[in-house]
Design a protein. Structure first.
Length: 244
């Protein structure tokens, strides 16, 4: 099968000297650069912020017409999170750069929802606040299509999620159903999350608590973006369960 890729460029975003010419003869740069866990000596500031700045500078030097960057839904409402600070610091650089741009803010991916399946496999799912919080997760394929549509769109900020809104309890029940198991759900009081975060921030490093603080924050609030895409979470769960 013929590949749709014209050229492969190998470089390291944290090493700007390896990126020279990466944007030559390119009209649009679309960056999904970012890390969830700070490991191998890399931090959010080095990758999510500085790595994208390095790409942006190459784009500007090469006369790229538009820069599309994938951040996170409701990032502006979570300014204290380390990962969000790095992402939004780059968003500010992008806004001030003078280049045409779009900031994509997708909801949690279906792949993130595997955590529900994994807990269901273990026999029990833990939810905050009785599972009342809502979100509309989105498949990676749908995210890609929305990002491509942003090339011709005049919108500068696009916040979106999947086609259907679920409560966390409904997602948990769907995970159990996909595995053919009877639901066993344990509710954790919402006030526990801030207490856990306070303790982690005072007794561990940001390398350890960074991804945990993001997870606990998004699991204790509604996360709903504009409905986009067509892939269904229930189908995803069924496909994942069938792979066992």
């Amino acid at each position: 099968m013929r590949s749709a890729i014209d050229e492969v460029f190998i470089g390291e975003v944290t090493k700007p000297q390896t990126l020279r010419g990466i944007a030559d003869h390119v009209d649009v740069v679309m960056s999904t650069v970012g890390i969830t866990r700070q490991k191998e000596g890399l931090t959010y500031q080095e990758v999510d912020y500085r790595g994208n700045v390095n790409l942006l500078r190459e784009a500007l030097a090469s006369g790229v017409k538009k820069f599309i960057y994938v951040s996170a839904l409701k990032a502006g409402e979570m300014p204290n999170l380390k990962i969000v600070q790095a992402k939004e610091k780059f968003v500010n650089e992008l806004r001030e750069s003078g280049i045409d741009y779009a900031v994509m803010r997708p909801n949690g991916f279906f792949s993130d929802m595997r955590d529900f399946l994994n807990m269901a496999r273990q026999g029990r799912i833990f939810l905050f606040g009785g599972g009342k919080f809502r979100l509309n997760p989105i498949h990676g394929k749908d995210v890609a299509e929305v990002c491509v549509s942003a090339i011709e769109s005049p919108e500068r900020e696009i916040s979106f999620g999947g086609p259907k809104v679920f409560t966390h309890r409904e997602i948990a029940e769907a995970a159990f159903a996909a595995l053919g198991k009877k639901p066993k759900i344990l509710s954790i009081p919402t006030f526990v999350a801030p207490a856990v975060l306070w303790a982690l921030r005072h007794v561990t490093s940001s390398t350890f608590y960074g991804p945990i603080e993001f997870l606990l924050t998004v699991l204790t609030r509604d996360m709903i973006g504009e409905a986009r895409g067509k892939e269904l979470l229930t189908d995803f769960f069924q496909e994942e369960a069938a792979r066992e």
